[in-house]
Design a protein around this ligand. Structure first.
Ligand SMILES: NC(=O)c1ccc[n+]([C@@H]2O[C@H](COP(=O)([O-])OP(=O)(O)OC[C@H]3O[C@@H](n4cnc5c(N)ncnc54)[C@H](O)[C@@H]3O)[C@@H](O)[C@H]2O)c1
Length: 422
């Protein structure tokens, strides 16, 4: 039996995780709670307090000393994969982490990349860097790709209960990676190659991106026809087969869906292939904040007000409800567009007390505390994120006008004349 396989079987395997963010941390938690012996994690920065228990229990060590890679049996890599200014894959984190691993790579280690990326990354980009160590992939060390499927805020699934797709460079690489992940995750989905695993993840996100674009477009069409898209989706989704409900919103947000499909677009170009669905979906979704601002302007106009000089309160900065992540959030775009038209904009978000400096934006705003008096002072309240904490009856009751991009006010029965869906 291979040494690594024995260590996995007797749970003495030491797991290193490179990149401890939204994805890496839950993964560490699953391995630690599975009681993986002396589970060590290598991270760039130490995040919040949940780590403390794992440290206290002896299953987790955080370090920025990358030479510790020598001491682990496997390295799981969960570093960011954003887009550059020109909307092309920004591979700097993948390259940097591959270089770091290569420097300390040991025979018989298993390296598994989890970051979402275009098909071909592991074989064409990562493997040559790792082999600069002098060790041969598939022979001296094992190489796998297993995409992360984290859904922050989703209470129905945890890292453990979300099935894990695994592809390996060789059958042994795949077998070892599958065995390793089985320690922390209930269901394994082995596939035939690294590329199939990379493509599976991209397909999941392309599917969401396109379907969300479709309902966003239908929302605009039905609005013109004075038909409520949310009512239509509710009715259509009673069909017990062949229909999956997607919901419109103010635009796409998050680290994945607005970004990942363009990794495929970039790669497809190398094969002379366009990805028209992705481009079209991108076009529609990118336009949504403009559509919403248009609806705010119309609603103010109906009340004999101009957007220029109006006070607008944006409710929700996060890209989706009940989380604190504002990466690529349409709320940021909405604030900038509204400000561009002369509106005086504030925001409230129970999870984001002030706007951090981001790569592209630095709004320098702090969350305003909600009160009946302050709500009344705004010409319009724009519901951008439908956080569950909000009392929508109370918000509508105390606001002059509520522009709702999420159907968050669906159950509000009084003062419906104050609500405009956008
Ligand atoms: N957030 C999600 O919901 C989600 C879901 C599925 C897939 N993904 C994918 O998972 C990957 C990671 O996403 P995330 O949301 O966890 O990102 P993140 O930014 O929250 O975390 C990434 C971490 O990696 C660290 N890092 C960067 N370079 C490093 C290096 N060279 N060495 C060590 N650490 C390094 C960063 O400091 C950061 O802590 C991305 O490819 C993303 O597309 C994310």
């Amino acid at each position: 039996m291979i040494v690594l396989e024995k260590k996995i079987n007797d749970k003495s395997v030491i797991v290193g995780v490179l990149g401890l963010g939204y994805v890496g941390l839950p993964l560490v938690r699953e391995f630690a709670s599975a009681g993986i012996n002396s589970g060590k994690s290598i991270i760039k920065h130490v995040p919040h307090a949940t780590v403390k228990k794992m440290v206290d229990d002896g299953f987790f060590t955080a370090t920025s000393d990358m030479s510790k890679i020598r001491d682990v049996d496997t390295v799981l890599v969960c570093v960011p994969t954003p887009l550059t200014e020109n909307r092309e894959p920004d591979m700097q984190f993948i390259v940097k982490s591959s270089e770091t691993i290569s420097k300390y790579l040991q025979p018989n280690q298993l390296i598994s990349f989890e970051s979402t990326t275009y098909p071909g990354t592991t074989r064409e980009l990562v493997m040559p860097i790792l082999e600069q160590s002098g060790l041969k992939a598939g022979k001296d060390f094992y190489l796998a790709y297993s995409p992360e499927r984290e859904d922050p805020g989703n209470k129905k699934f945890t890292t453990r209960t979300i099935p894990k797709v695994v592809g390996g460079l060789t059958p042994t690489c795949k077998k070892l990676a599958t065995q390793l992940y089985s320690l922390a995750i209930d269901t394994m989905v082995p596939v035939s190659s690294l590329e199939a695993a990379e493509a599976a993840k991209i397909v999941e996100n392309v599917y969401r991106c396109i379907n969300i674009a479709m309902v966003n477009e239908l929302k605009m069409v039905f609005d013109r026809m004075q038909i409520d898209i949310w009512e239509v989706i509710r009715a259509a989704s009673t069909k017990p087969f062949g229909f999956n409900a997607f919901y419109p919103g103010p635009g796409l947000g998050g680290h994945c869906i607005p970004i990942d499909p363009f990794y495929l677009t970039w790669k497809a170009r190398q094969y002379g292939m366009p990805t028209r669905f992705i481009e079209l979906a991108g076009e529609i979704n990118t336009n949504m904040p403009h559509y919403v601002v248009g609806k705010v302007m119309e609603a103010l106009n109906d009340r004999k007000k101009a957007i220029n000089g109006s006070r607008v309160l944006v409710l929700g900065l996060a890209y989706k409800k009940d989380i604190d992540d504002l990466r690529e959030s349409p709320s940021i775009e909405l604030i900038e567009l509204l400000r561009g038209k002369g509106a005086k904009v504030d925001y409230n978000d129970p999870y984001i007390s002030k706007t951090p400096k981001q790569r592209k934006h630095n709004l320098g705003m702090t969350s305003k505390k909600l009160s009946a008096e302050m709500l009344k002072a705004y010409d319009a309240v724009l519901v951008a994120t439908d956080h569950s904490d909000y009392d929508y009856n109370w918000i509508v009751e105390n606001s002059q006008l509520v522009v709702d991009t999420r159907n968050a006010t669906a159950d509000v029965s009084k003062n419906r004349n104050k609500i405009v869906k956008a």
